[in-house]
Design a protein around this ligand. Structure first.
Ligand SMILES: Cc1cc2nc3c(=O)[nH]c(=O)nc-3n(C[C@H](O)[C@H](O)[C@H](O)COP(=O)(O)OP(=O)(O)OC[C@H]3O[C@@H](n4cnc5c(N)ncnc54)[C@H](O)[C@@H]3O)c2cc1C
Length: 469
């Protein structure tokens, strides 16, 4: 049978309709679609796709199980390597990881590995009734700081070996960026809650509303009998541009904007969480986080949403799929322009005017691409005299994040680099004995799967450390 050169398309909600609701955009494969897509896999002997996966899932094996209609068997293969398959099937940048190595991709579109992973995980979640078997306790205790993908993976791998693992989370819900950052329409909270429940069933205890460095210190965790600590505290501290007007009312960091919508439920019609609702919004920058903020603003009934980005469309750092979805939904991309000031309403005659100090516009300057830098990438330079104003009621800054310095400031001898990222060796060990770290706290803002990979490496190293102590 001839191979279909194209991936089986992912069914999605209608773009106009979905721009006004928070339901999941991608609907997921049917059984027929999954079987059709699985048939495209060549089952290569050397499995290049596996090397493209930071947790090395045996991709051809799980796809072979799909071909046999053994969907639960496929899930069992994936879950040997990943504790968050329903999450990864939705948000991993497969096009630059496993799918970029797919042999079929040399001539045709690669196999839709992410879409198949999502199908398998959703099938399991809908049909499996058995809880995972709790491993026999080995009598050792490990603490994990942060319940994002790195912390959850580390916790899961250690729990499977019999460790008593406690995850300490600063927020009131477990999941890290998966719940406070990534919007419901890309990753439903119920999916993350289900994956966390699976870890709970394995014996992982999650203590929310505990800020390590304030409520308890890392040293106090050791005093409480934890033999090792994994720090997976992420990179949640937002960066700003330091341009005039950034302290006006109506200027948000993307993290704050998304947290208000996601975790503080501002997206619910009757929510009293303060957030922009209606009006025009400018989102600064063009990464995945910016796409999430733009599409969230649209769903919060913004009249108009702009992405302000200083390079060309082809250089947008966001995933192609996310950019396409944003375009389909009507987000207006203002390319080759950069903000230089945020303008505020100012009524000098009436200081009690509630509109005083609120955003009314964003002043930008047009950019052109100048000489190539040392990496051969042409840098954007401002075009003199090309300033213009976009009338907006809110501005969301999405120009990156850094690790929060709280942990570093409360752990003696913990070395960080000049960006505040924790320094670790190849096993995830920090400069302090017994303290391991991974994920965005080590790399700076990265991806879910690389955070999971780091959690896995550290879990193995923690096991070796405790067993050989
Ligand atoms: C809006 C947004 C969209 C994204 N979309 C994608 C995507 O589509 N695909 C992708 O692969 N990646 C995406 N990413 C990146 C990805 O989510 C992160 O790389 C990943 O979540 C990092 O995992 P982590 O475990 O290191 O940290 P996090 O997920 O940040 O989790 C860290 C956790 O630690 C907690 N914490 C921090 N300090 C303390 C403390 N002192 N005490 C206790 N708890 C603490 C935090 O509250 C948080 O829950 C996105 C990021 C954002 C912000």
């Amino acid at each position: 049978m001839a191979i279909n050169p194209k991936k089986t398309p992912m069914p999605t909600q209608d773009p106009i309709e979905r721009g006004r609701n928070f339901n999941e955009v991608a609907i997921g494969y049917t059984v027929e679609m999954a079987l059709g897509e699985a048939e495209r896999c060549l089952n290569c002997k050397n499995k290049p796709c596996v090397s493209g996966c930071p947790v090395n899932i045996d991709i051809p094996s799980f796809i072979s199980k799909i071909k046999e209609s053994d969907f639960e068997g496929a899930y069992q293969v994936i879950s040997k390597y990943s504790s968050l398959p329903a999450v990864c099937g939705r948000v991993c940048p497969q096009e630059s990881q496993c799918e970029s190595k797919c042999t079929l991709g040399i001539k045709f579109e690669p196999v839709g590995i992410g879409r198949l992973e999502r199908f398998v995980a959703d099938y399991h979640n809908a049909n499996a009734t058995e809880k995972p078997v709790k491993p026999t306790p080995n009598g050792h205790k490990v603490a994990v700081v942060g319940s994002g993908p790195s912390g959850l993976t580390c916790a899961g791998d250690l729990a499977k070996k019999g460790y008593a693992v406690t995850v300490f989370e600063a927020l009131h819900t477990a999941g890290g960026v998966l719940v406070y950052g990534i919007p419901e329409f890309r990753l439903p909270k119920s999916i993350v809650a289900k994956e966390v429940q699976t870890l709970n069933d394995l014996g992982v205890e999650v203590k929310t509303n505990v800020v390590i460095g304030k409520t308890l210190t890392v040293d106090e965790l050791f005093e409480d009998g934890y033999e090792a600590v994994f720090i997976g505290s992420g990179a949640g501290l937002p960066n700003f541009m330091n341009i005039p007007g950034e302290s006006l009312k109506g200027v948000y960091s993307a993290n704050e904007f998304l947290t208000r919508s996601n975790l503080m439920k501002a997206y619910r019609e009757k929510s009293d969480t303060p957030i922009m609702k209606g009006g025009k919004v400018a989102i600064v920058s063009g990464g995945n986080v910016a796409m999430d903020a733009a599409r969230t603003a649209l769903r919060l009934v913004a009249e108009k949403v702009y992405i302000v980005y200083r390079r060309y469309m082809t250089e947008l750092p966001a995933r192609k799929e996310e950019v396409e979805h944003a375009e389909e939904e009507g987000i207006d991309f203002k390319l080759l322009c950069n903000p230089i000031e945020i303008l505020g309403y100012d009524n000098p005659d009436d200081k009690r005017d509630p509109k005083n100090g609120t955003v009314v516009g964003i002043k930008c300057i047009k950019m052109e691409l100048g000489e190539p830098d040392e990496r051969g990438r042409r840098s954007p330079v401002p075009v003199e005299g090309s300033e213009f104003v976009l009338d907006v009621d809110a501005v969301v800054m999405s120009i990156g994040t850094s690790p929060n310095p709280l942990i570093k400031s409360t752990v003696d001898g913990l070395e960080v680099n000049r960006k505040g990222c924790i320094i670790v060796n190849e096993d995830g060990l920090t400069s302090r004995e017994g303290i391991y770290a991974g994920g965005d706290a080590v790399t700076g803002a990265s991806t879910v799967i690389s955070a999971m990979g780091a959690g896995k490496v550290a879990a193995k190293a923690i096991d070796d450390y405790i067993m050989n102590k």
